[in-house]
Design a binder for this molecule. Structure first.
Ligand code: A3P
Length: 306
């Protein structure tokens, strides 16, 4: 079925999730044609969970031998252009498939596709996945603000926060339901900890350096004793902080290709718990109950407490 949603004009239901109609053929092409290499790194996120943070951190960790923070291509190229979303930026256009062959090895690629809908070669090869998870309520509020900028066709009447929340609670959202998306990667990461690193936005905000180190270890690029002593981990963590990133010229003025979105739309507040400024106690109580029902004993619930 095709439904109208609060975030994008139309969504299709497929394999248990809602996919934006605009990128649906990209999802299908990605599933059908993508051939993972064992050396690939796939950055997987639900929309508005902080891919804009994870991408430069991963790129910098993996390329730090050849480029310093001051000479980084990230100062002139938005990370979403350097590390494309496969289903939205590569596979929506046939002529860009070949770009994948030209990327340097190891390739760093990104996706919003849920774990159970990933191409078989990602699951079956030795490529590695980093998943960044975020409190679904912060995801909702972030998406609520972001949505108007991604609509090509303005909605006749934009939905109120209450109406959007109602639809969100039914799981109807691009790549949603968010809880099933997060749970899919969570369960897979418990089974395959060598293949999937499951990170939480909230934990990363609390102690970025700890998670930058963990990410580097997982990526097979651990920091040397010398780097640790020199404070390289702290330097990287600070450099990619929300406040610093938002200020960069490329993020103030640039445009993301091929979507045409303004880079600055990807930097709003970068905070944990902003949802408390928008949702009433009865809305949050309702959502808490829903999460108990959906996530049950999975162990993922603790992520969502404030
Ligand atoms: P908010 O709207 O809550 O501020 P995505 O990158 O997946 O599209 O997610 C965007 C969210 O990540 C936005 O959340 C954005 O502000 C936040 N974000 C972007 N860069 C960040 C950074 N360096 N540190 C923390 N959060 C960041």
């Amino acid at each position: 079925p095709r439904v109208k949603s609060w975030d994008l004009p139309f969504l299709y239901q497929y394999q248990g999730f809602w996919f934006p109609s605009k990128f649906f053929h990209g999802v299908i092409n990605f599933q059908k044609h993508f051939q993972a290499k064992d050396s690939d790194i796939i950055l997987a996120t639900f929309p508005k969970s902080g891919a804009t943070w994870l991408k430069p951190l991963t790129f910098t960790i993996m390329n730090r031998a050849s480029s310093t923070l001051e000479s980084s291509p990230l100062l002139s190229t938005f990370s979403h252009n350097l590390i494309p979303f496969l289903e939205m930026m590569i596979y929506t256009r046939y002529q860009t498939f070949s770009v994948l062959n030209d990327l340097p090895t190891p390739r760093i690629l990104a996706t919003h596709v849920p774990y159970t809908s990933l191409p078989p070669s990602i699951i079956n090869s030795n490529c590695r996945i980093v998943y960044l998870c975020r409190n679904p309520l912060d995801v909702f509020i972030s998406h609520w603000h972001f949505a108007p900028s991604v609509r090509d066709i303005p909605m006749e009447t934009p939905l109120s926060l209450d109406e959007a929340f109602e639809i969100f609670c039914q799981g109807v959202q691009s790549f949603g339901p968010v809880w099933d998306h997060e749970l899919g990667y969570w369960n897979a990461s418990l089974e395959k900890s060598h293949k999937i690193l499951f990170l939480k936005f909230e934990d990363m905000k609390e102690n970025t350096a700890f998670h930058v180190k963990k990410l580097a270890d997982f990526l097979g690029c651990p920091f040397t004793q010398d780097e640790e002593t020199k404070g390289v981990i702290e330097e990287i963590s600070k450099f990619y902080s929300f406040e610093n990133m938002k200020k960069l010229q490329v993020h103030q003025t640039g445009i993301q290709t091929p979507t045409g979105l303004q880079n600055k739309n990807f930097f709003r507040k970068g905070k944990v718990g902003d949802w408390t400024n928008y949702l009433t106690p009865s809305m949050s109580e309702r959502f808490q109950k829903l999460m108990e029902e959906k996530l049950g004993e999975s162990g993922l619930m603790t992520t969502f407490s404030q």
